[in-house]
Each structure stands twice: as C-alpha cells, then as structure tokens.
Design a protein around this ligand. Structure first.
Ligand SMILES: [Zn+2]
Ligand SMILES: [Zn+2]
Length: 160
C-alpha cells in the first residue's frame, strides 16, 4: 500500500524542515552566488512569464520524485517519506512565498493574515529592498528567525 510510505512522520518532517534549511543556505551562498543568473529574474523585473528562478523548485521536485522512485525500487519507506515532506514544502513555498508574499497567481497577499505571516511578508520584503545580487539579509522563505533575520517590527502590518 502506497499509504504506508507516508506514515514515517519524523522523516516527512525532516524533509519539510530540511528543505527550509537547505533553501536558506542555497539562497544565501548559491542563488546569490554562482547561480545568480537563475535567481536574478526573481529580484529584477525582466518580463519573463516563467521566472528562471522556478528552476530551483523544479530541481528540488526532481529530487523528491527520485526519492519516491527509490522507495519503489528498495521498499524502504523512508525515502518516499522524506520526498513527501519535500513536496509539502514545495506546496507551502508556492502558497506562502509566491502567492502570499509576492502576490503571484492566486493573489493572496491582501487577505487577512496572522501576525506571523504579516511579519514574514515584511521580513522577506527587506530581502528584496535593494534588488541586487549582494543582498545580505533574510534568506528564509517560510520562516523567519528573530535574532538571525532582520525583522522590521514597525512595518509588520504587511500592507503597503
Ligand atoms: Zn534572493
Ligand atoms: Zn522573493
């Protein structure tokens, strides 16, 4: 039963939270480093309907799919559980980063949001303030970490 592959909650959680950790590091050291040409059109409006930046999401989706295949090949449910967590992260990224923070697709930004999400919007906006390669703050996507991330509390209503 395929459902048995998803019962490993700790592995799924590790996949989900691990993705934010990896995405954060990759954003800081790779996307704003050697792969800036792929991330650039997320920062600078270039008129692309499909942002090159989406290749990062496709890259992680390919890894998640590979993990599902590994489970089918080996019978070890842990791979698919991690892949499931990664897929859930991708969905959350699509909703939170793309649709809420940047108001893409379903335009969810101006809905009522919790104080945490309102702050997250403001925190991510700081990442985008100077739309250049050498932005030096706020690398997360789904979470912000007070003490590590710069939190503009006063602008925390998330509305412009
Ligand atoms: Zn960036
Ligand atoms: Zn962004």
């Amino acid at each position: 039963m395929i459902i048995n592959y998803f019962v490993d909650v700790p592995a799924s959680l590790a996949g989900f939270l691990g993705m934010e950790a990896i995405a954060r590091l990759m954003h800081k050291y790779v996307m704003h480093g050697i792969l800036w040409p792929l991330h650039m059109d997320h920062h600078i409006e270039m008129g692309h309907r499909f942002q090159r930046n989406n290749f990062f999401a496709l890259f992680f989706a390919a890894i998640a799919v590979s993990l599902f295949v590994l489970t089918l090949r080996t019978g070890n449910a842990a791979f698919a559980s991690v892949g499931f967590g990664m897929a859930m992260y991708g969905l959350a990224y699509l909703i939170v980063h793309d649709m809420i923070i940047h108001n893409y697709y379903l335009h969810l930004r101006n809905r009522r949001h919790s104080r945490y999400v309102q702050n997250l919007i403001a925190v991510h906006e700081l990442h985008h303030v100077n739309d250049g390669r050498n932005r030096g703050r706020n690398w997360g996507f789904l979470f912000y970490i007070p003490g590590i991330d710069e939190v503009p509390w006063k602008k925390g209503d998330g509305q412009k």
